[in-house]
Design a protein around this ligand. Structure first.
Ligand code: NAD
Length: 403
């Protein structure tokens, strides 16, 4: 009797939730579990807007994988996955080749710039703790530079945010908290700071009602954000964004330029599987992929289909769905090891809350719209719950957000 090898790729919400649940359900004799991740820490991807604005420090957003993984059952390997050989059942990494009997692909998201000229070179992307730390550092350096220079460049105080999706909006919310702090620290007149958000679509946050969208716009505009809606960004260069204004192209100027207008699943997905779109593959109702009974794909690399017929479309990628997929997959692996039917993953959508800085927000929770302090409170509950679900009370006390 040979123990089955379970290999999990990625220690984001989906992968780590799979591991922490699976390690509770199996004994060391049941199977060999290996977790492979690029870093030896997990970071809260849903808190990156705070790390980017500088309202949270890098250390606050991450924790060591070793602190939640049971080393008596799970081998953690710090390595970057370079290739998945689905038919040979191997995974190539920067730290060796691993054979699997059951594979869980949970490699997460990357920024997607849609081939827009200059975007990768000239705009910051929000992808991980390092990209976020660099953004926060850069913004502070611009304020400091402005304060110290004799010939002041107003562009040092101009920040351009591309995209008014959840990421763009939450980042702007944090920036409206952070800018007054920076102004105070460096003796800068807040009236000189220019926060601009550029959005291609005529309507932002289409999943929210007009009331909630208006709340967001009014909140942010009252704190100095200027919105340019129905204005696609067509290029980025060393001066800022180039946008389309009707038939005309217009140059927008800023010394901090952040692209928050698109994400995709890991690039490894296209290299490893067929039928992948923007790094996402449609999964069956048990989170496995077509033709492969031993490969689960979960989190941002997966597309869980909702609706019927022509209305069929994937759920948006969120931490919420990723964690539920992780829990389901841990159970499914145990069933697979015992030759039992896997059942069906049912996504339980509890709601969505977007923060507007630390003290405000908007959202829909259990079908009810909420705004203001209530939404900010709910957001902290959601953030703390995510930490608790993976690391239990100990981690929640360390990393949770308490008022
Ligand atoms: P997104 O794709 O949801 O939004 C991107 C926005 O950028 C869109 O409004 C789009 O119209 C705009 N855009 C695209 N190309 C553009 C261009 N060339 N010029 C100007 N604007 C352009 O991306 P996101 O906000 O990063 O969100 C990614 C996923 O993460 C989503 O599924 C989202 O629901 C989820 N998310 C959820 C939360 C939350 O629940 N609080 C927070 C962050 C992200």
């Amino acid at each position: 009797f040979e123990r089955k090898k379970v290999v999990v790729l990625g220690a984001g919400y989906a992968g780590l939730q799979t591991i922490t649940k699976l390690q509770k359900k199996v004994s060391a004799q049941d199977c060999d579990i290996t977790l492979i991740n690029k870093n030896d820490y997990h970071y809260e991807a849903t808190w990156l807007h705070e790390a980017s604005a500088g309202t949270l420090k890098t250390q606050d957003v991450l924790y060591p994988i070793a602190s939640v993984v049971d080393a008596s059952k799970v081998d953690f390997v710090k390595a970057e996955v370079t290739k998945i050989n689905r038919d040979e059942k191997t995974v190539e990494t920067t730290n060796g080749i691993f054979h699997f009997d059951i594979l869980v692909v949970a490699l997460g998201f990357e920024s997607e710039t849609f081939g827009i000229s200059g975007m990768k070179e000239h705009a910051f992307q929000i992808e991980n703790v390092n990209t976020s730390r660099r953004i926060a550092k850069h913004i502070e350096e611009r304020f400091s530079h402005y304060a110290q220079s004799t010939e002041k460049d107003d562009k040092d105080l101009a920040i351009l945010v591309g995209g008014a999706g959840f990421t763009g909006i939450e980042l702007l919310g944090e920036l409206t908290d952070r800018v007054p702090e920076l102004c105070k620290k460096y003796g800068v007149d807040p009236a000189k700071v220019k926060l601009t958000c550029v959005e291609a679509a005529p309507k932002m946050l289409p999943m929210f009602s007009d009331e909630l969208v208006n709340y967001v716009v009014e909140y942010l505009e009252a704190r100095g954000v200027e919105f340019k809606i129905a204005t696609p960004i067509v290029a980025a260069n060393k001066h800022g964004f180039v946008v389309k204004n009707g038939e005309q192209e217009e140059q927008l100027y800023a010394n901090t330029v952040i692209w928050a207008a698109g994400v995709r699943g890991s690039k490894l997905m296209e290299e490893s599987f067929e039928g992948v779109k923007r790094g996402r593959i449609v999964v069956r109702e048990d989170n496995r992929i077509d033709g492969y009974d031993d490969i689960f794909v979960i989190g941002d690399c997966s597309a869980v289909m909702a609706g019927e017929g022509d209305n069929k479309r994937p759920y948006p990628t969120t931490a919420q769905i990723a964690m539920q997929q992780g829990e389901f997959t841990a159970d499914a692996i145990v069933k697979l090891l015992n030759n039992q039917p896997l059942g069906k993953f049912v996504y339980n959508e509890r709601g969505t809350v977007a923060s507007l800085g630390a003290h405000d927000g908007v959202g829909v929770v259990m079908g009810k719209e909420i705004t203001g302090k209530k939404a900010a409170f709910m957001k902290k509950v959601i953030d703390t719950r995510a930490v608790f679900k993976i690391g239990g009370t100990g981690l929640a006390l360390k990393k949770g957000k308490f008022l």
